[in-house]
Structures are given as structure tokens and as C-alpha cells.
Design a protein around this ligand. Structure first.
Ligand SMILES: *Cc1c(COP(=O)(O)O)cnc(C)c1O
Length: 454
């Protein structure tokens, strides 16, 4: 009998609302603070740098469902729904009794889930009369998505790209420029923050933290310019819930419900996107799904970070956010999963982790590529180095199912494809990749520095 492999929704079945888990969490995250006054921030203050609608969404703890604007829905239909796929070939290779499904967010031409939030953020900017947007990007997926979204809503985009990623993945800068964005390597001499960082360390290879500082500074010094962010913040995870809401309907078509949901973790947006719509059934007590966020072992904020108020960027320009963090001056190793090189976890996820609603899992770089290679050779899709972490975690769990002879249903998010990351695959194949471990002393030193600053 032919087995069905792929599940898609019709345009009419694409969800018309995002799910706001903030409204249903029993323990709300602590509020973001104004670093100068240490008082909780209002949406009016957040709206100085962020689009107003996003600032309101950021602090919305009352509405569980938020309408997707018609113009955003129209653009979602260009590439959504995305396929939910049963990974029969991977299951076979692993000889596991587990049923493995993945939600394939790599099928849009920008190649990752980031477009799901780039579109609404640029739409709200346009609605509010903003003409310019500025942002940071690591590996370049967010920058690429944002550049396209800005162009399609008639905005000018300026993107700071982490210098090391710019060197590792030069074609992503080309993609951004193709969509009309101005791209600068960070740290750069074009901002006060960049100059300060380079003065201390002239060979600084950049991080998401440095690029965010530069982009925020540009937004504050450019008229009619807003800063937009591709991860970490609540409103970004909100927009990404389109992933899980679709997957919920598609799992129903497949006649199953996930026992376990896995996603890779940078700041938490693709994890939140696939997890939160399912987690609502855990919150209401109907289901007991397990949630696993897979992070690089060289940047282990979920498993080894500390819960603190910390800045979202290296220079300390952003609000203070309550998060699991390695300290905002933590300099992550130059792993190829650029999108996971971030020191902190989003506020919602940090609270959920504290409350035992989910767990983190650390994956070494080489194990992540081994997993990516097996996935490519079985399912025919070359995954992004970030997504390889979710695949590695899935394989660990599927192997456990084999040992214990358990037929669990595992759903993971394939956050992007790796076709612009082939340099990293070449290095893996040639045996030139290495693992980076990080000592407790290094983590403690960064946290002590953070505690000393307050
Ligand atoms: C940015 C990115 C990530 C990490 O960001 P999250 O906000 O944690 O999802 C993961 N995968 C891909 C492909 C990315 O582009």
C-alpha cells in the first residue's frame, strides 16, 4: 500500500490568526526593563525603536489570538502552506519504531522560516508611515528575508551582517543586495558601537550582539527609521506560530499527534513557532507533549546559562530582558550555524524553561553535521547548519525509541535549507570541522561580569 508522505493545506485552510501564548501562560515572563530607570517598559517606549504594532504585540498578555493582516495573509499564500512530511527514509535508515515527521520551512525561495515574521514587521512599518528599516543578521537568512519583505512593501533596508558569517557565506550578502538592501559587515566603523568594539578588539569577528548594537544605533540616529529583529522577541515568536498552527492541522490529516516536538534554538523563534500552538494543549492539561530545544554545545544558554536580566546586544542599547543568558559579552565560537550564535534566550522560552514546560539539549558541531548528512542522503534535502541541530536531537530520540522499543511520534521543524552553506559541508566532508567546548569558568566569568555591572 502506498504510504502518504506529504501533507499540505489549501489556501482556505491556512490559519488567519497567530497564537499568543503570553495570554495563556500561568506564570507570565517578568517585564522588560528600561536600563536607565530599571522600571518596566511601556509599549510607547518600545515604539521608539520598534514598529508600534510590534511594540504592542510584545507586551500583549491578554489576547490569545491575533488577526493576521489581510495583506500579510495574501503574501503568506505565495509560499504557504509549507509541507508536513513523514520522514520514512530517515526512519528506515535509523531502524527506529518512532514515527518521524518534519515541517519543512525551507521551501520558500528565501530558504528559512524568517520570512514569516519579516513580512508582518515590514507591513506594520509601511502602515505606520515608516520609510526605512534596519536590522542585524548572522548567517544571513533573516537579512535575506527582511530585504525581500522591505522591498515588497516599498521600504529601504540597511542590514548589519556578522563579519564572520559574511566571510563564510558570501552569497547571502549578494541575495540581500539583489533585493536592494545596503549591507555592512559588523563590527564596522560606521557606528559609535562598532568603533568602540573595534577599538578594544580590532580583529573582532562579530556576533549577533555586535550587529544588533549597530542596527539599533542606526535606527536611533536615522529619521523615520525603525529597528526590526528576526528572533528573541515575543512578537517574532508570535508571527512564527503560523508554523505550528499549520502543523497541527497537518498532523490531524496524518492521523497522529506528536509525543515530542523538537526545533533548533538561536533566540527561540522557530522553536516557539512550532511549539507554542501545541503547548497550549499541555497548558490546558489535555496533552503531555515533550518539547526539546536543540542548541549548540558551544553556545549553551538553555542548559548552562543563568536566568538574569540582560541586554539583548553587546553594547547594551536594548531593554533589559529576563532571559537565560551566557552574558551579553559572551563571544560564541565560530561555528557554522550562524543563526544559533546568540548569548540569550527569548523571554517566553526562558519562563517556560524555568517552569519545566520544555528542556534544552546540547549538540556538538560535528554531531550536527553527521545528522545533516544522513538527512540529506535519506530525505534528499540539504538542511541549514542550524536545522542540523534539530535533526541531531531527533536522531538521538529516535535511537532511544529503538532501544526501548517505543513507537513515539516525533515532529521536528526543518527551519531552513543549507544550499548557501555548502562551504561548511565541504569542511565537514574534508574532516576540517571541529567541536568547541566551553568551560564552566568561562561561563561563570561572563555571568560574574554581568552581575558586577548591575
Ligand atoms: C535564524 C535561524 C535559526 C535560529 O533562530 P531562531 O529564532 O531560534 O529560530 C534557525 N534556523 C534557521 C534556518 C535560521 O535562519
Amino acid at each position: 500500500m502506498a504510504r502518504q508522505k506529504k501533507f499540505l493545506l489549501t489556501d482556505e485552510q491556512i490559519p488567519r490568526k497567530w497564537y499568543n501564548i503570553l495570554a495563556e501562560m500561568p506564570n507570565k515572563p517578568l517585564p522588560p526593563l528600561n536600563p536607565a530607570t530599571k522600571e518596566p517598559l511601556t509599549w510607547q517606549e518600545l515604539a521608539h525603536i520598534f514598529p508600534t504594532e510590534c511594540a504592542k504585540q510584545e507586551l500583549n498578555t491578554t489576547d490569545a489570538w491575533i488577526d493576521i493582516p489581510e495583506e500579510v495573509y495574501e503574501r503568506y499564500k505565495y509560499y504557504r502552506s509549507t509541507p508536513l512530511v513523514r520522514a520514512h527514509a530517515l526512519e528506515k535508515a535509523l531502524q527506529t519504531p518512532a514515527h518521524i515527521y518534519f515541517k519543512n520551512e525551507s521551501t520558500n525561495p528565501l530558504g528559512s522560516h524568517k520570512i514569516n515574521s519579516a513580512l508582518p514587521q515590514c507591513y506594520y512599518c509601511k502602515q505606520e508611515g515608516t520609510t526605512n528599516v534596519t536590522t542585524e543578521t548572522g548567517a544571513g537568512q533573516w537579512g535575506a528575508a527582511l530585504s525581500y519583505a522591505a522591498k515588497s512593501f516599498g521600504l529601504e533596508a540597511a542590514v548589519y551582517q556578522v563579519k564572520i558569517s559574511m566571510r563564510q557565506k558570501p552569497y547571502r550578502s549578494s541575495i540581500m543586495r539583489t533585493f536592494g538592501a545596503a549591507v555592512t559587515g559588523s563590527p564596522s566603523m560606521s557606528t559609535r558601537a562598532g568603533k568602540d568594539i573595534l577599538t578594544v578588539n580590532p580583529t573582532h569577528s562579530g556576533s549577533l550582539g555586535t550587529a544588533i548594537s549597530e542596527a539599533v544605533e542606526l535606527a536611533q540616529t536615522t529619521p523615520n527609521c525603525k529597528y526590526v529583529l528576526g528572533s528573541v522577541l515575543n512578537h517574532v515568536a508570535l508571527h512564527q506560530t503560523i508554523i505550528g498552527l499549520e502543523a497541527e492541522k497537518q498532523m490531524e490529516m496524518a492521523g497522529e499527534y506528536p509525543d515530542m516536538i523538537i526545533a533548533c534554538f538561536g533566540g527561540g523563534s522557530n522553536f516557539g513557532g512550532i511549539a507554542f500552538p501545541f503547548m497550549r494543549h499541555n497548558l490546558s492539561g489535555e496533552r503531555h507533549t515533550e518539547f526539546i530545544a536543540a542548541e549548540p554545545d558551544s553556545c549553551p544558554k538553555l542548559t548552562r546559562g543563568k536566568f538574569r536580566y540582560d541586554f539583548g546586544d553587546e553594547a547594551g542599547y536594548t531593554p533589559l530582558l529576563p532571559m537565560f543568558t551566557l552574558g551579553h559579552q559572551f563571544k560564541p565560537a565560530n561555528i557554522h550555524a550562524g543563526g544559533l550564535r546568540y548569548h540569550g534566550a527569548g523571554m517566553i522560552v526562558s519562563q517556560l524553561l524555568k517552569d519545566g514546560m520544555m528542556r534544552g539539549m546540547d549538540i556538538p558541531q560535528i554531531e550536527s553535521f553527521e545528522a545533516g548528512m544522513l538527512f540529506a542522503r535519506t530525505e534528499g534535502i540539504i538542511p541549514a547548519p542550524e536545522s542540523c541541530h534539530a535533526i541531531a536531537a531527533t536522531i538521538r530520540e529516535a535511537q532511544r525509541c529503538k532501544e526501548q522499543n517505543e513507537e513515539k511520534v516525533i515532529l521536528f521543524n526543518l527551519s531552513g535549507h543549507g544550499l548557501i552553506d555548502m562551504g561548511a559541508y565541504d569542511m565537514y566532508i574534508n574532516g576540517d570541522l571541529q567541536d568547541f567546548s566551553i568551560s564552566d569558568e568561562e561561563i561563570n566569568r561572563n555571568i560574574a561580569e554581568l552581575d558586577g555591572q548591575k
